[in-house]
Each structure stands twice: as structure tokens, then as C-alpha cells.
Design a protein around this ligand. Structure first.
Ligand SMILES: Nc1nc2c(ncn2[C@@H]2O[C@H](COP(=O)(O)OP(=O)(O)OP(=O)(O)O)[C@@H](O)[C@H]2O)c(=O)[nH]1
Ligand SMILES: [Mg+2]
Ligand SMILES: [Zn+2]
Length: 349
């Protein structure tokens, strides 16, 4: 396909997959209704670079970005989304189907659980952890489930490497739960290891930094851009907790090529309805379970249980089995809750 035939610029992250979504949209009645005056060819997709309380900033190019601010009204928009703006230029008219999305369960609003998309149309999800705090395997497990579900490639980033003599022990602890996932050791202050991140952006890819407040996401973005684009703030002395300095997600160009999404630190990551995320994040455990003697093994007291055997042999941390059980239960409860809402909705109708 030639660039001329593409609806948007490849260097803004437009792909063949999005082009296909776009062509389906153009052929839909919705597209025809939405632009009675303009021919559908004149409608062009833009990319959401920032969200602020009901407003989206939409850009159309990488260099000298032409940007416009529009209202979201009713549209569920996330940073990284490709959108069509209404003919009056006032609001988001349509959000193109996402190629990937990092989604968590939002805080409870009313009774029904809502999803919150932290970043959309991303190729790589960096799960950022800091050498300044003790490694948190349980948090990383959750992040990995959501990252695998996102459709993007998960990569663990261990930053603030300059704070410790030896990053080995922290790296090992995180690697134990990041099975088959690369762990990059970097420093946003010294710049160590940043080359590997820049390299992953080649091919106009979009990457997102996710992690708790204060781990150093915005500092990494600044290291990539070479400028103090993003505000950063010191963590609390006592517990190393961040101060929620970044308040809005933002899509930022990486010099050379590619895009980075900086996100506000989130305290709790609750699961959203998941596809294969749990299976992928716990692939090592599922592989073990295939070797249990009984197909319906509960991995508790059964004879011939490969999971218990590994725990006894010291090759599997029992905390990991507990995590898996908790996450599976959390997902089941969410699914049940959603079904219950649907049933109630049916009854009302
Ligand atoms: N020594 C050292 N300090 C770092 C590094 N990266 C970040 N920091 C410090 O950690 C603090 C928090 O960094 P931020 O980049 O603001 O953290 P954040 O993840 O963006 O936090 P939120 O925006 O609140 O989610 C700042 O004081 C940074 O200077 C690093 O690689 N080495
Ligand atoms: Mg920040
Ligand atoms: Zn078993």
C-alpha cells in the first residue's frame, strides 16, 4: 500500500491494521450519517495525544503537529486512540476500534464496575519498577495479566539502577514472576540502558510507561526526549511513595521515531474482564498443572500433584500459586457481577 492511499501518517503510528478498520468505518452507515456535507474521503482520523477532564487533544502529524481540542461527550476515549472529529469540529464523533489497549477496572462508580483504558493502540507496555523500593512481585503479576491482555508486548523496566550497587537481587526477584518477559535495567538519571528502549520504538511504534507513582516514569520520558518535557517530583522520604505528579496521560514523540505514553501512577490495579492474560502471565504454573496426575487436581492435597511437588522441591514459591488463585477468583467475581447486571437489565426491559 502506498502512503498516499493511507488515511493517516505512518509516523504517527498508523498501521495497515488501522487502515482496514478505517475502511470498514467509512463504509458504515455511521460514517455516512455523520458527514452529510462532506464526502467521507474528506474525514480523516487524528490521534488523541492528551486527555483533560472531558477534553481530548487530537493531533494529525508528527512534525509541527496541528492540534485541536475537542470535547469527549459520550465517547469513551483514551490516549493513543484514533478518532474522527464531528463536522462542526467540536467533539469526538467516533473512536476507531483499538488494535490494543491496557485496561483496568476503574474505581467503583455506583454499583456496576466500569473499565478504564489507560492507553490505546500501543505496541509495547513497559511495566516500570524502581530499585529505590523493595521489589513488589504481587503488583508485577497483576500488571503482567493486564499487559498480556492488552495485546501489546510486555517488558519489565527496572529503573533507578543508579541507586543500588548491585541490581542483580531485585532483577532476579522480578524475573521470577516475569516468565518469558524481558527485564531491562535502566536509569532515567544516568541514562544507562535507555538505548534499548529507543530501539524498541523503531518502526514508528507506540510504547507506554505504566507503574506506581514515583517509580520514575516521567523521568524516563525526559531521558528519552532529552528535555524536561514532563514534570517530576521527589518521592516521600519514609516510604518512597510518589506524589501523583503526572495527572494526565500524554502521547509524546521520541526523537528519531516512535511514541511514548506517560501515564499517571495508579495505586491499585484491579483486573478487568480478561482474555488470556492470566494464562499468559502464569504460563509456568499452567505448564506444571498439565503434569498433575489428575485432570481435576486442585493442587492442594492430591497425590501426584506437580505443583505441590515443585513447592516441596523449592522450585516454586507458594505465594505464586496463591496469587494465581486470587486473580482467578477476582476475575470470576467480576464476570459474575457483569452477568448479574445483564440479567437485571433484561428483567427491567
Ligand atoms: N536516582 C534516581 N532517581 C530517579 C530516577 N528516576 C526518577 N527518579 C526520581 O524519582 C522521583 C519520581 O520520579 P517521577 O519521574 O516523577 O515518577 P513518576 O513515575 O512519573 O511518578 P507519577 O507521575 O507520580 O506517577 C523524582 O524525584 C525523580 O528525580 C532514576 O533513574 N534514578
Ligand atoms: Mg509522572
Ligand atoms: Zn496439581
Amino acid at each position: 500500500m502506498t502512503d498516499r492511499a493511507l488515511a493517516a501518517k505512518p509516523d504517527l503510528g498508523w498501521t495497515a491494521g488501522l487502515q482496514a478498520v478505517w475502511e470498514t468505518y467509512l463504509a458504515s452507515p455511521e460514517a455516512a450519517d455523520s458527514s452529510p456535507d462532506s464526502s467521507p474521503d474528506l474525514v480523516r482520523p487524528g490521534r488523541v495525544s492528551r486527555l483533560d477532564r472531558g477534553w481530548s487533544t487530537v493531533i494529525f502529524g508528527r512534525d509541527h503537529p496541528e492540534m485541536i481540542r475537542v470535547r469527549n461527550i459520550g465517547a469513551d476515549v483514551a490516549v493513543g486512540d484514533w478518532v474522527v472529529i464531528s463536522p462542526d469540529g467540536e467533539r469526538v464523533q467516533h473512536v476507531l476500534d483499538r488494535q490494543s489497549a491496557f485496561v483496568r477496572r476503574a474505581s467503583f462508580e455506583g454499583a456496576r464496575a466500569q473499565s478504564h483504558t489507560i492507553a490505546a493502540n500501543i505496541d509495547v507496555v513497559f511495566l516500570v519498577h524502581s530499585c529505590g523500593s523493595p521489589p513488589n512481585q504481587r503488583r508485577l503479576e497483576r500488571e503482567l495479566v493486564l499487559a498480556f491482555d492488552s495485546g501489546a508486548k510486555p517488558v519489565v523496566v527496572l529503573t533507578k539502577a543508579d541507586l543500588v550497587e548491585d541490581t542483580g537481587p531485585v532483577c532476579d526477584e522480578l524475573s521470577q514472576v516475569a516468565v518469558g518477559v524481558p527485564v531491562l535495567v535502566v536509569s532515567g538519571i544516568s541514562g544507562a540502558g535507555m538505548g534499548e528502549i529507543t530501539e524498541m520504538a523503531l518502526g514508528h511504534r507506540t510504547m507506554a510507561f505504566l507503574g506506581a507513582s514515583g517509580v520514575g516514569k516521567s523521568t524516563l520520558v525526559n531521558a528519552l526526549t532529552g528535555r524536561a518535557t514532563q514534570a517530576t517530583a521527589a518521592v516521600r522520604e519514609g516510604d518512597q511513595r510518589g506524589r501523583h505528579t503526572t495527572v494526565a496521560s500524554e502521547l509524546i514523540p521520541i526523537p528519531g521515531e516512535g511514541w511514548m505514553i506517560d501515564t499517571p501512577g495508579v495505586r491499585a490495579l484491579s483486573l478487568w474482564l480478561s482474555g488470556r492474560g492470566i494464562e499468559d502471565a502464569f504460563a509456568d504454573l499452567f505448564e506444571l498443572m498439565d503434569h498433575c496426575r489428575f485432570r481435576d487436581c486442585k493442587h492442594d492435597q492430591e497425590p501426584g500433584c506437580a505443583v505441590q511437588a515443585s513447592i516441596e522441591a523449592g522450585t516454586l514459591d507458594p505465594a505464586r500459586l496463591l496469587s494465581l488463585e486470587r486473580l482467578v477468583a477476582e476475575e470470576a467475581a467480576l464476570e459474575e457481577e457483569q452477568r448479574e447486571w445483564e440479567r437485571r437489565g433484561d428483567r427491567r426491559r
